[in-house]
Design a protein around this ligand. Structure first.
Ligand code: UD1
Ligand code: MG
Length: 451
């Protein structure tokens, strides 16, 4: 649902400065990826969909990666991680003259429900997102009055045993009026079990002014926070399921969907067939009628219509596999273009190369593109036949229609339609093997007699 409001009356604060200590990671929590994209990028996309006047991402000193992802939006630095309430305070300087609604989003809830957010924005008081997750451990519990309005939120660590039995939890996201939040945030204290400024104390403070807080409940399978890697994996599983279902609904066949990994931006055409155990990393686009055989790994590549990949192929970034081309088993393609109808079917490394239309790369061909310091380019023309077990030492250019004899080491350019043989010459010696066996047998017999 697109929000019909005017964009001038909504500001969004995304809290992303937390250390994420439960992740046990050197990486800021919001930089951990789901389907190849950071949590923060997922959330910023949802925030942008709400069409706000500004988005402020709260980050910490030395979190340049978070700030980079947040661009071009506003960045507020929370100097010390003193809690979610303190994080909001550090963003308020950017909202001094702002009038309207302020939506506060937890950076660790990337799949927040946009429809519910729109309802929260439209409500004219404090709107608090709530959820009843299967596991309530660690969540703030929501205490409501008889009319269902929120009285206060008690954090897990501050809650009594009785309060911990409450199933209704705070999902973290809150929408507040801009003209009030400055004073309410000033009134926060850190008199609690964690010694932090809790955003969750805002409704209690507002209630003293007679401002009621309304709850907006979300399905527990749609919205919950990521505090550790188990929850990260749960989100990954859910994202994968959605991506796979979308792909199948749009005409891709998956023989064993649960074994296929896609990325947030994977583009799949119609009548694509994906066999089991296929991994598709970010920036990959796959055209109609492509078959990806089992065990293949593709990232950052364009696979054009009707191409065949694998089984067990690896297509690395900046590669293009053009229409009807075939990259078979145990082939690695790296920064290379395999032109229309070209084939490399068995056990090859093709790096920094262009393989011309309808060329055939024989089994075991290696393009030696790296001299230990620099990478070099190889250009192979159209209808070239590269015999098996050839090594092509870049830089080299091979003309259209050329033939390379099997087992060659090629390090010079080859003219159009030429034959190149670059291997040691074979010698055949008539009867030599018979003579050899006779001599060796004699030697062996003599040694045994001596024993
Ligand atoms: C928070 C809520 C809890 C709710 C849960 C839902 C508070 C006090 N508690 O707990 O009621 O059930 O979310 O997921 O709000 N952050 C900062 N600066 C800080 C601390 C945190 O920017 O000083 C950011 C984090 O990066 C994170 C978000 O705020 O994106 C939430 O912080 P987190 O520590 O995960 O809070 P929870 O313990 O999950
Ligand atoms: Mg959290």
């Amino acid at each position: 649902m697109k929000n019909p409001r005017s964009p001038s009356d909504l500001a969004i604060i995304i809290l992303a400065a937390g250390k994420g200590s439960r992740m046990k990671s050197a990486l800021p929590k919001v930089m951990h990826k789901i389907a190849g994209r950071s949590m923060l990028e997922w959330l910023i996309e949802r925030a942008e969909n709400l069409n706000p006047q500004k988005i402020i991402v709260v980050t910490a000193p030395n979190m340049e990666d978070v700030a980079n992802v947040a661009k071009p939006h506003f960045i507020a630095i929370q100097q010390e991680q003193k809690g979610t309430g303190d994080a909001v305070k550090s963003a308020l300087a950017d909202l001094k003259d702002f009038q309207g609604r302020v939506l506060i989003l937890m950076g660790d809830e990337p799949f927040v429900d946009e429809d519910i957010l729109n309802q929260m924005i439209a409500y004219d008081g404090i709107a608090v997102m709530t959820v009843s997750p299967p596991d309530t451990f660690g969540q703030g519990r929501v205490i409501t009055d008889d009319d269902g309005y929120l009285i206060r939120i008690v954090e897990h660590k501050d809650a009594t045993d009785e309060e911990r039995k409450i199933q209704l939890c705070n999902a973290g996201n809150m929408c507040v009026p801009a003209d009030k939040i400055h004073n309410w945030a000033q009134a926060l204290n850190c008199d609690n079990a964690q010694g932090e400024y809790y955003l969750t104390d805002i409704p209690k403070i507002a209630a003293q002014e007679g401002v009621k807080a309304k709850i907006f409940n979300v399905r527990s399978d749609v919205n919950w926070g990521i505090n550790n890697r188990v929850q990260l994996a749960e989100h990954e599983a859910r994202a994968q399921q959605i991506l796979r279902e979308d792909a199948m609904m749009n005409g891709a066949t998956m023989i064993d969907p649960s074994s296929v990994t896609l990325s947030w931006d994977t583009e799949l055409g119609e009548d694509v067939i994906i066999e089991p155990n296929v991994f598709i990393g970010p920036w990959t686009s796959i055209g109609d009628n492509v078959t990806i055989f089992a065990g293949s790994y593709i990232e950052g590549a364009i696979i054009d219509e009707g191409a065949e990949i694998g089984p067990y192929a690896r297509i690395r970034p900046k590669s293009v596999i053009e229409t009807g081309a075939s990259v078979g088993n145990f082939i690695e393609v790296n920064r290379s273009i395999i032109k229309a109808g070209a084939k490399a079917k068995h056990v090859s490394y093709l790096g920094d190369a262009v393989i011309g239309e309808k060329s055939n790369v024989g089994a075991g061909t290696i393009i030696a593109n790296y001299d230990g310091f620099f990478k070099h380019k190889t250009t192979i023309g159209e209808r070239v036949f590269v015999g098996s077990n050839s090594t092509i030492i870049a830089p080299v250019t091979i003309g259209d229609g050329a033939i390379i004899a099997a087992g060659s080491n090629i390090n010079k350019d080859i003219d159009t339609n030429a034959l190149a043989i670059a291997r040691s010459k074979q010698e055949n010696h008539a009867g030599w093997a018979t003579q050899y066996r006779y001599v060796k047998k004699e030697q062996k017999q003599n040694e045994q007699d001596d024993d």
